[in-house]
Design a protein around this ligand. Structure first.
Ligand code: KG4
Ligand code: ZN
Length: 362
C-alpha cells in the first residue's frame, strides 16, 4: 500500500512479541514510537552448548515470558486494557520456540478481546530502521517514510541473507538470497573454528578491526554470478582449511588470527557490496536502501552499505543498535503496518487456527 501522512496520524498502541530464537522479547509501541522494548537474553546458557538448543530455549521462553511482558507494560498489569492490537512472530524461526510466543499472544488476544496480528520476523528486520524513540525521533520522519519506496532491503541475520525489492509496504519481491549458509552463520562458524565461543560473529568482527588488510585473503563469494544470490558455505570451508594449514605450520594463533578475521570480513563486505550494486542497477526506480539483522552490528558492513547508497544517491536507513539483533519492537512495528493495511484478525476461530510457520518467507 502507498502510505499517506493522514494514515500515519493513526497511532494505535501495539504489543509485540517475539520468541523466534533465543531471546524472549516483548515491546509496546504507539504507532512507530517505542514506548518500551524488553528482552530476556538466553545467550549465556546456549553458548555453553556452542549454539541455540531449541528445547532449552522453549523452556526459558515459557519461564520468562510473563516477566518480560510485565516489564514491557511498565509493571502495570492494567495497561493491557489500553493496548489496541497484539502482534506476534509466527515465523521464520525455531518451531517449538515460535509456539511459546504465539500461544501467549493468543491468550492475551482472546482474554482481553484484542485483534491479533501474525507477523513475519523478516518483515520486522526489514522495517527495524523505521522505529522512532519515545519522543518520536528517528532516522526517518513521516514525510521521508511516505517517500521512501520503492526501496531495496538488505537483510542479514543468523539464518537469512537476502535482497528484497520493497515496492511499497506489504508488497515485496525477493531478488536474491543465500543458496546455503547465511552470512551470520558463516561468521559464527568461523568464530567456532577459531575457538571464539558462541556466537562468534561479534568477536570475529572485533578481531578483524585489529587485522591487517590483504595479509590473509579469501576469495569473494559469488563474485561473478549473474544473479542476486549469496553463498557462504564455500568461504567457511576455505577458512577451515586455511586455519588447519596455519596450525600445522605451527604458526602461533595470535600471529595470524586478526589478519584471518580481517580477510574474512573483507570478503563478506565485498560480496554484499557487489550484489547490492547489481540490484540497484537493475531496479532503477529505487529510492532507498533499508538494512536490518544482527550482522549489521558490524559497523564496517553498515558503513560499506552506506557508501553504496551515497554513490547511487539513495536514502540510507539502518536500525539503531538496539534494534539490529532480534527484538519485539520491530515485530510491533510490522504489526502497525499490518494495521494500516487492515491485515488483522478479529474472529476467535481465525485467531485460534494461527500456526507457527518456521520457514515463512517474505
Ligand atoms: O538478527 P539476529 O539477531 O537473529 C536472527 O534472526 O538470526 O542475527 C544473529 C546473527 C548471528 O549469526 C550473530 O553472530 C550475528 O548476527 N552478529 C554479528 C555481530 N553481532 C551479531 N555478526 C557480525 N558482527 C557482529 N558484530
Ligand atoms: Zn532475527
Amino acid at each position: 500500500m502507498v502510505l499517506t501522512k493522514e494514515e500515519l496520524k493513526e497511532k494505535p498502541l501495539i504489543l509485540g512479541i517475539d520468541t523466534s530464537c533465543d531471546d524472549t522479547s516483548v515491546a509496546l509501541l504507539r504507532g512507530r514510537e517505542v514506548i518500551s522494548s524488553q528482552l530476556s537474553s538466553q545467550i549465556e546458557l546456549h553458548s555453553e552448548f556452542g549454539g541455540v538448543v531449541p528445547d532449552l530455549a522453549k523452556r526459558l521462553h515459557e519461564e520468562n515470558i510473563e516477566g518480560v511482558y510485565m516489564k514491557a507494560l511498565g509493571n502495570n498489569p492494567g495497561m493491557i486494557h489500553n493496548v489496541d492490537y497484539i502482534a506476534v512472530t509466527i515465523g521464520p524461526g525455531l518451531a517449538i520456540d515460535l509456539e511459546v510466543g504465539i500461544k501467549y499472544a493468543k491468550e492475551l488476544s482472546l482474554r482481553y478481546n484484542k485483534p491479533f496480528i501474525p507477523v513475519n520476523h523478516m518483515e520486522g528486520h526489514m522495517f527495524s530502521s523505521l522505529l522512532l524513540n519515545s519522543k518520536g525521533k528517528g532516522l526517518v520522519n513521516d514525510d521521508e517514510l511516505i517517500n521512501a519506496f520503492p526501496a531495496l532491503a538488505l537483510l542479514m541475520s543468523g539464518k537469512h541473507t537476502e535482497i528484497v525489492y520493497v515496492n511499497s509496504i506489504g508488497k515485496y519481491k525477493k531478488l536474491g538470497q543465500t543458496l546455503d549458509d547465511a552470512a551470520g552463520e558463516a561468521f559464527d562458524k568461523v568464530g567456532r573454528l577459531l575457538n571464539l565461543g558462541y556466537p562468534g560473529g561479534p568477536v570475529v568482527s572485533e578481531f578483524a578491526k585489529r587485522g591487517r588488510r590483504g595479509v590473509i585473503e579469501f576469495s569473494t563469494p559469488m563474485k561473478s554470478s549473474n544473479d542476486f544470490n549469496f553463498s557462504y558455505s564455500g568461504i567457511k570451508t576455505a577458512a577451515l582449511y586455511r586455519a588447519k594449514e596455519l596450525r600445522e605450520k605451527g604458526v602461533p594463533e595470535r600471529e595470524w588470527i586478526y589478519d584471518f578475521c580481517r580477510g574474512f570480513v573483507d570478503a563478506v563486505i565485498d560480496s554484499v557490496v557487489i550484489k547490492l550494486k547489481k540490484a540497484i542497477e537493475k531496479k532503477a526506480d529505487v529510492k532507498s536502501i533499508l538494512v536490518g539483522g544482527g550482522v549489521f552490528n558490524n559497523e564496517e558492513i553498515l558503513r560499506a552499505v552506506g557508501r553504496v547508497s551515497k554513490e547511487y544517491g539513495l536514502n540510507y536507513y539502518y536500525p539503531e543498535i538496539e534494534y539490529r539483533s532480534d527484538n519485539a519492537a520491530m515485530i510491533a512495528l510490522s504489526g502497525y503496518f499490518n494495521v494500516l493495511q487492515k491485515k488483522v484478525l478479529t474472529e476467535k476461530e481465525d485467531i485460534l487456527v494461527v500456526d507457527r510457520d518456521p520457514r515463512l518467507s517474505l
